[in-house]
Design a protein around this ligand. Structure first.
Ligand code: ADP
Length: 399
C-alpha cells in the first residue's frame, strides 16, 4: 500500500508518499506561502522540482501535490488511484482522541471544534482534510494522527494545573502535551529494540525548534513538559518555556500589552532568540558561544540545565529510569548538548562514552558507557513513518 502523509501548517502543506511494503519514501515535498503566494518543492530519489504557483487556500496546494505526483519531471505515480490511504497529522485531539482514528465527517467537525485549543494548526489541518476529501471523495480512506494522543495516558495528577477546577470543566484547561507521535515512535522503537516493555522507564528528549521531554513507563506517557499549549516546559527556539505566570500580568501592566502582544512575545520573541538576542537556531548559538558571545552561551546553558532537571524530575516521578533517548534536530545532532546534559548524572547511573557521543551516524546509536544501569541513545525520530504506520494499521483493520 502507498500512503500519502500530509502535515499542514497555517501557510504550508508538507507531504510524503511512502511505500509501505518496505517503508521507503517515494517522494516528499512542501507547499509554502499558502494564502500569500505559492511555492512547491518536490523531491524524488532522482530529482528536485521547485516552482511558483498560486495557492489561495490549502485546496489548491493539495491539488498541486496530486499534479506533481502524477505528472511532469517529478512524476512517481501513473494514476492517483495508486494512493491507498492518506494519513493526516493533526495537532490537537483534545480529550476525544486517545489514539489515531479513521476520519469521518464527525471527526473533521471535532477537529474544527478543537480549533480554540490549537488555533494555528487545527484549522489548516481540517482544511487539508476537506481538500483531500474533495479530490479523492470517499474512496480513499483517511486517518488522523494527533500530536496529543500519546499523552492521554497521563494520570490526573500530571495533567491538572493548580487553578480553580471549574476552568478545567468550563474550558478544558489542562496539560495536553505535544510531539506525541515522535515520543511514541522513539520510545516504542527503543522498547522494541530491547524487547521489553513492561517495567521499562524511559525519558524521551525531543529537542528541535520546539522541544518537549516525556516520561514513559511501560510504553505509556506518564508526564510531559509541554502543557495546555506547546509553550510550556523548557526554553525553545522562540518560545519561553515555563515561567512564573505572574511575569505575564506584571509585564502586561508595565508595557501596556494586550493579551495577543504578550502571547507574541512568549511564543515568537523568547527562548534562544530572546535570551541571546541573536538567533533562534541552536547551531548559531553553539557557534556564537564558542566565539565568546555571553548571551548565546547563556541560552545554551539554560536549556541544558533545564533538560537535566527534567531528567532528574522524571526519574524521581517514575522511581528510576532505564534509558534516556535523545531525538529531534538538536537531540540527534548536538553531541555537545548531550554531553553537558548528562554531565554530573553519574550518581543516577548515567555516563556517556565520549567517543560514541561525538559520532554522527544518522541512525539509532547507543552513546552511554557499557554496563551502566541507564542506557543513553540517540534515536532519529520519524513522525511521517509513524503516521503512515498508524494509517496502514487502522485502514487494514477497518476492512
Ligand atoms: P523542528 O522542531 O522545526 O522539526 P528540527 O527537529 O529540525 O526542528 O530541529 C531544528 C534545530 O536543530 C535547530 O535549532 C538547529 O539549529 C538544530 N540543529 C541541527 N543540527 C545541529 C547541530 N549539529 N548542532 C546543534 N543544533 C543543531
Amino acid at each position: 500500500m502507498k500512503i500519502l502523509v500530509i502535515n499542514a501548517g497555517s501557510s504550508s502543506l508538507k507531504y510524503q508518499l511512502i511505500d509501505m511494503t518496505d517503508e521507503h519514501v517515494i517522494a516528499k515535498g512542501n507547499c509554502e506561502r499558502i494564502g500569500v503566494g505559492g511555492l512547491i518543492t518536490h523531491k524524488t530519489n532522482d530529482i528536485t522540482v521547485s516552482y511558483e504557483v498560486e495557492f489561495p487556500t490549502h485546496k489548491e496546494a493539495f491539488l498541486e501535490v496530486v499534479k506533481v505526483l502524477t505528472s511532469g519531471e517529478g512524476k512517481v505515480l501513473d494514476d492517483v488511484s495508486e494512493i491507498g490511504a492518506v494519513g493526516h497529522r493533526v495537532l490537537h485531539g483534545g480529550e476525544f482522541y486517545k489514539v489515531s482514528t479513521l476520519i469521518t465527517e464527525e471527526v473533521v467537525k471535532t477537529i474544527e471544534d478543537l480549533s480554540e485549543l490549537g488555533p494555528l494548526h487545527n484549522p489548516p489541518q481540517a482544511a487539508a482534510i476537506r481538500a483531500c476529501r474533495s479530490v479523492f471523495g470517499e474512496d480513499v480512506p483517511m486517518v488522523a494522527v494527533f500530536d496529543t494522543s500519546f499523552h492521554q495516558t497521563m494520570p490526573e495528577k500530571s495533567y491538572m494545573f493548580g487553578i480553580p477546577y471549574e476552568y478545567y470543566e468550563k474550558y478544558h484547561i489542562r496539560r495536553y502535551g505535544f510531539h506525541g507521535t515522535s515520543h511514541r515512535y522513539v520510545s516504542g522503537h527503543y522498547l522494541e529494540m530491547i524487547g521489553k516493555k513492561e517495567g521499562t522507564k524511559v525519558v524521551v528528549c525531543h529537542l528541535g525548534n520546539g522541544s518537549s521531554i516525556t516520561a514513559v513507563k511501560d510504553g505509556k506517557c506518564m508526564d510531559t513538559t509541554m502543557g495546555f499549549t506547546p509553550l510550556d516546559g523548557i526554553i525553545m527556539g522562540t518560545r519561553s518555556g515555563g515561567i512564573d505566570p505572574s511575569v505575564m500580568t506584571y509585564l502586561m501592566n508595565k508595557e501596556n500589552l494586550t493579551p495577543d502582544e504578550m502571547s507574541d512575545i512568549l511564543n515568537k520573541k523568547s527562548g534562544f532568540l530572546g535570551i541571546s538576542g541573536l538567533s533562534s537556531d541552536a547551531r548559531d548559538l553553539v557557534n556564537a558561544s564558542h566565539e565568546g558571545h555571553h548571551r548565546a552561551r547563556l541560552a545554551c546553558e539554560i536549556v541544558r540545565y533545564q533538560i537535566k532537571k527534567f531528567i532528574g524530575a522524571y526519574a524521581a516521578a517514575m522511581g528510576g529510569i532505564d534509558a534516556v533517548l535523545f531525538t529531534g534536530g538538536i537531540g540527534e545532532n548536538s553531541g555537545e548538548l548531550r554531553a553537558e546534559v548528562c554531565e554530573g548524572l553519574e550518581f543516577m547511573g548515567i555516563e556517556l562514552d565520549p567517543a560514541e557521543n561525538t559520532k554522527r551516524t544518522g541512525t539509532d546509536h547507543k552513546i552511554s558507557k557499557e554496563g551502566l544501569p541507564v542506557e543513553v541513545w540517540v534515536i532519529p525520530t520519524n513522525e511521517e513513518l509513524a503516521i503512515a504506520q498508524d494509517t496502514k494499521a487502522i485502514v487494514e483493520a477497518s476492512r
